[in-house]
Design a protein around this ligand. Structure first.
Ligand code: F6P
Length: 328
């Protein structure tokens, strides 16, 4: 049970994700609405260690709901992983009499929040902010929907070239250890194959499947590959294996990379971020701590951070089946 809330700080940490700004705005405004002072911390946990924070009021977060990236900046802070680093962070919080922290980020960032609570008694609430969508306790994390749409738009464009030149394209999408973007963007963009870390498709099966596609009359193909598949192959290993075995195919590799993390957040992400930010402050006011807010069946949920970070949110098996059926 969290103690009474006096002052709240909010930070964004880890890889940036579209919707983080909308979430910061919601946390600040919900705090102000409840007559609680709110501080924005720069560069994630690094700003807590170096005392780099600013008091924000409702007007301080004007015109950011539509902006990608994070106005608070983000970082993966190595010093915060040490006990000494976390003591410095606690000292900064004490200096400003801040007792509650909202952390917007992914797995590593929420793990850090948990340690701050356990070692120093700070009330912590996590908001899932990562395009990977790999946290347990929410159907979507912030930025995932936008990243998915960015990936689909890019794959659609590549398909024009693939079909004009009768080429086979391997397209790598983001998702460290998590196939959510690959599977959903693959289905959305009509990919012939999707390779994800949750499933070992095997090179021979891929080869067989491409041969079958060719026989059925397909002259070009799109294969979406998540960074890091189950057996540690990368997109270049796949392409050279297929090149060797299907030499008549003209093959190209395209890595979408950080284009998927940037850009204007989708309306879905803006609304989700707004709901999550308000709910994070509601949870603090209800004396909750060590929880990550989420959305399940369109309702706000609170999951212990301990469970949220335990392991990737599992992929819907039926989606894999749908993908197999519609890509014949
Ligand atoms: O966790 C989000 C993510 O975009 C992953 O999909 C990707 O593997 C990683 O971050 C890239 O991180 P960086 O921007 O530090 O290279």
């Amino acid at each position: 049970m969290a103690k009474k809330v006096r002052k709240i700080a909010v930070l964004t940490s880890g890889g940036d994700a579209p919707g983080m700004n909308a979430a910061v705005r919601a946390v600040v405004r919900a705090s102000v609405f409840n007559n609680i002072e709110c501080y924005g911390v720069y560069k994630g946990y690094e700003g807590l260690i170096t005392n780099d924070l600013v008091k924000l009021n409702a007007r301080g977060v004007n015109n950011i709901v539509n902006k990608g990236g994070t106005i608070l900046k983000s970082a993966r802070c190595l010093e915060f992983r040490t006990k000494e680093g976390r003591i410095k962070a606690k000292n900064t919080l004490d200096k400003h009499e801040i007792d509650s922290l909202v952390v917007i980020g992914g797995n590593g960032s929420l793990t850090g929040a948990l340690l701050l609570e356990e070692e120093h008694g700070i009330n912590v609430i996590g908001i899932p902010g990562t395009i990977d969508n790999d946290l347990v306790g929410t159907r979507c994390s912030l930025g995932y929907d936008t990243a998915l749409n960015t990936a689909v738009e890019a794959i659609d464009k590549i398909r024009d070239t693939a079909s004009s030149h009768n080429r086979l394209f391997f397209i790598e999408v983001m998702g460290k250890g998590s196939g959510h973007i690959a599977l959903n963007a693959g289905i959305g963009a009509g990919a012939e194959e999707v390779l994800i870390p949750e499933q070992n498709m095997g090179l021979e099966r891929l080869l067989d499947s491409l041969k079958k596609s060719e026989k059925s009359g397909k002259s070009s193909s799109i294969i979406v590959v998540s960074e890091g598949d189950k057996i540690g192959e990368n997109v270049f290993n796949f392409s050279s294996y297929i090149e060797k075995n299907l030499p008549h195919y003209e093959i190209r590799v395209s890595i979408l990379g950080h284009i998927q993390r940037g850009g204007t957040p989708s309306c879905f992400d803006r609304v989700l971020a707004s709901r999550m930010g308000v709910y994070a402050v509601d949870c603090l006011l209800q004396h909750k701590s060590k929880i990550m807010v989420g959305i399940i069946d369109d309702k706000m949920t609170a999951t212990p951070i301990n469970d949220a970070i335990k392991g990737g949110q599992s992929l819907d098996k039926d989606l894999v089946r749908v993908c197999d059926i519609i890509s014949i």
